[in-house]
Design a protein around this ligand. Sequence first.
Ligand code: C2O
Ligand code: CU
Ligand code: CU
Length: 453
Amino acid sequence: MSLVAGGVAAPWYMRTTSAATTTSLVAKWGSVRLAPVGFEPTSVWGYDGGVPGPEVRVRQGDKVSRRFINQLSEPSTVHWHGVRLKNAMDGVPGLTQEPVLPGEEFLYDFSVRDAGTYWYHSHDRSWEQMARGLYGALIVEEQEGAPDVDFDEVLLIDDWRLTETAKIAEGFDNLHDWAHAGRIGNWVTVNGDGRWRKTVSRNSRLRLRLVNAANARIFALRAPGLEGWVVALDGMPLDAPEPLNGLVLAPAQRADLIVDVTAEDGAEAALVSQDGKSAYQIGTFSVDGEARRERLAAPAALPANPVAELGDLTSARRADLLMEGGAMGSMRGAMLGGRMMGIQEMARAGKIWAFNGMADMPSEPLMATDRGETVRIAMNNDTAWPHAMHLHGHHFRQVGSDGSLGPLRDTLLMDRGETAEIAFVADNPGRWLLHCHMLEHAAGGMMTWISVS
Ligand code: C2O
Ligand code: CU
Ligand code: CU
């Protein structure tokens, strides 16, 4: 498992140090049993060498403090997805911090004001680093009003592309993937386990915290043998629990479910994803015994997080975001590296998507706002592919054409050809990315940013 073995002395940064005052988080090589018995363990890049990385669990209002140590052979950073933290801790190389070079470290230190289900992941060459395993859960427990459940379980769902010998397939820079749906894999794991299973009892109540950690795969979930409610999306509590009736989870999205095991004693409940006509089981709950005779009463809503209410939308500052490119799209070219390029030349430079006619990180923000302003972004997916649009540092609401407001989210799935408008209070100062969380699409050009001062 140790790649520094074999006669070469470990460099200083790979030696273990003691007396650390802050917990460390080390990006390094590791070995994980992703595939079933009979296959070799898979070499991964993981936090502390594992997949998922160690669970970071704190109380609302507490501090997260992790000394990130990069033991990879390339630069990396850690992004705390969905957390409304201070900009300097957001982990975006070139925008909020310098990349952390091999052998170097960076102290991530911030407090969390929102309870809920979040996660952390690499934000440097993330299409490869995350496909190799660099992610973990960040759980912020409610200050008070946590629901009464028998189990609180985090399920990080990932989609891997493995070879026949269970190695992670190379070819991360495959432009065909980039121009289509992204790197879709062939092996799905929950918490790094391709055969995830848990024993529960009938009528027990579970809080399931689902995280889609895949590069690009969208999961359309059903839960036969479980009945219950969605109580939060992307960490943020819904105003009222909504009956669980299937759930679409795009890359980076989370959902908190409160479910009761309704399958009979001795039977199984499951988490199933429906992919077109075929369905595959992601996780299994074996039912053993009975927790209580009857189901519990419906849960109350989780306590709301302190997110500012939207101001007047009619007078709000507005930006348009045209999403273009990809296979079967109509884009002819875009600005890249300061000049106009045709699509062929762009493809040779590894860019095949554009926001507002620009195919890489623009030097100017999509929008520059004053702190506390309510802003709107009207997005138009003029491509043949779905996209998972993610905003850093803020949660937004979708504004319907009739003015209705959707739940607070940090990642919005937009179907091909769909338009969607989002609104949020830009109250977190700094420079914040807005990008597609299908990581190959972001790498291929779907990236911009806003500035809040
Ligand atoms: Cu989860 Cu910009 O990322
Ligand atoms: Cu993020
Ligand atoms: Cu996309």
